[in-house]
Design a protein around this ligand. Sequence first.
Ligand code: GFB
Length: 307
Amino acid sequence: MTKRILVTGSDGMVGSALREVLGDDTFFATRADADLRDFEATDRLFKEVQPTHVIHLAAVVGGIGGNIMHSGDFFRSNILINTNVLECARQNDVQRLVSFMSTCIFPAEASYPLSVEDLHNGPPHPSNFGYAYAKRMLDVQTRAYRAQWNSDFVIAVPTNIYGPHDNWNLEEGHVAPALIHKCYLAKQNNEPLMVWGSGNPLREFIYSGDVAKLVTWVLNDYQGTEPIILTSGIEMPIKELVHLVADAMDFTGEIIFQSDKPDGQFRKPSNAQPLLDQIGGFDFTPVDVGIKRTVDWFVANYPNVRL
Ligand code: GFB
């Protein structure tokens, strides 16, 4: 049977990057094709596409602001989406499915670097507990399906992804797109760039194009069954990200750190070794290069961007 790949949530940042690496044997589904919170709609999509492989990107996500404001919706929507997609994949005999968690769902108090063995050993950071617990159930469902039906479902766990086609919402987006959008407006309006928190928290950033290449490898070649973390393992203070954005935008105005805004988790360094053991080397896009590429994309496309 010829390979037929279904990508869910394909109109987002990673889905857009996957369009550049996957071939015409791929069906790029979006919310317009099916509301994956509805089982019947999800099953209709699987019956229409008849995929042999699935890259499951669809999720309701946001940055620290979005997670704090919408914890109930983030929990409910992601539980429904994942439950439906994995069950439809099983019922429609999908050979292999890759779904996504992220490093923000690990315990807030964990030994570093974060490793998948510790995933359930403690509560996640309160800033995103709704999303985090929903995503942890994806791990439970994946293991339960493998145990009962030998489903070949695996999970990729990227760190903070950034890149073109992101969600640029100032209040609910992730840090990189929010800062790029704010920096663009600050430059336009000759105003200070307002940064949330102290700028001291540390994050690992991974470019969307790298995630697309790595998840294609997970789909085709990853031999393990445990969730696989996708990271370069390089941490960066938020304040360094701010300067990369300002430099890429050629912004020379004032930068103000807002101490009344949340810092969130201080750091969440994750274990890059399992990936490197499996794949050998990987040329991660340096953050300064990726940010410049993303800023140039934003400036070229604004205001026709997702807000
Ligand atoms: O990407 P982010 O919103 O979420 O990053 P997390 C939050 C960090 O960036 C905090 C600082 O330290 C914020 O204080 N920050 C500075 C800003 N300015 C801004 C701003 O304008 N907007 C935002 N959003 N942050 C994410 C999860 O957690 O981790 C995702 O929310 C995902 O779901 C990702 O799982 C891996 O990095 O704290």
